[in-house]
Design a protein around this ligand. Structure first.
Ligand SMILES: [Ca+2]
Length: 181
């Protein structure tokens, strides 16, 4: 490791510091997407999907090198813990997954006014085949984060707060391309 143990830098969560040492298997001082994927499991013991791992690396990679340092990792650790708590809160039937109805309630509590059909469609899109209908923590994080991000794009353009915006085809694609990964 790049830092002596017991010498946790200010602003770094001690648990995240411990975990960093374990996850950084090649001891480079950085976490790459492969190392992150190996470190994260859903409540059904499935590995986090590649898209969510890459999305989170991009979110917390302040150096733009495709990997995250200890500080980015600490922020990522907090981020995942917050989503894990929300996931557990909204998994009302304790099935270990979030159903369409549970997602609808979660999104409503986050302030999104979306139809039940919207949540059902999202869950159907991301539910694991063969499993009970529902999404795991990785997809929950991915779906909610992308929704927040796309909503932010919308709000920036909806200057009159009418709930409607005009987008050119290329603006639409640009928003989708930059936000979805
Ligand atoms: Ca559930």
């Amino acid at each position: 490791s790049i830092l002596p143990s017991g010498n946790i830098p200010p602003g770094v969560n001690p648990e995240a510091y411990q975990w960093f040492q374990t996850v950084d298997t090649d001891h480079s001082g950085f976490i790459n997407p492969k190392e992150l994927k190996q470190a994260l499991v859903n409540s059904n013991y499935s590995a986090f999907n590649d898209e969510t791992c890459l999305m989170m690396i991009n979110m917390f990679d302040k150096t733009r090198t495709g990997r995250i340092d200890l500080f980015g990792f600490s922020a990522l650790w907090d981020f995942i813990q917050r989503w894990r708590v929300l996931f557990q809160q909204h998994d009302r039937d304790c099935s270990g997954s979030i159903s369409g109805m549970e997602l609808q309630q979660a999104l409503a509590q986050m302030g999104y006014n979306l139809s039940p059909q919207f949540s059902e469609n999202l869950v159907r899109r991301y539910a694991m085949r063969g499993a009970r209908p529902g999404i795991q923590l990785d997809r929950f994080i991915q779906v909610c984060t992308q929704l927040q991000s796309m909503t932010q794009v919308f709000r920036e353009r909806d200057t009159g707060m009418t709930g409607n915006i005009r987008l050119s085809y290329e603006d639409f694609l640009s928003g989708a391309v930059t936000r979805l990964m």
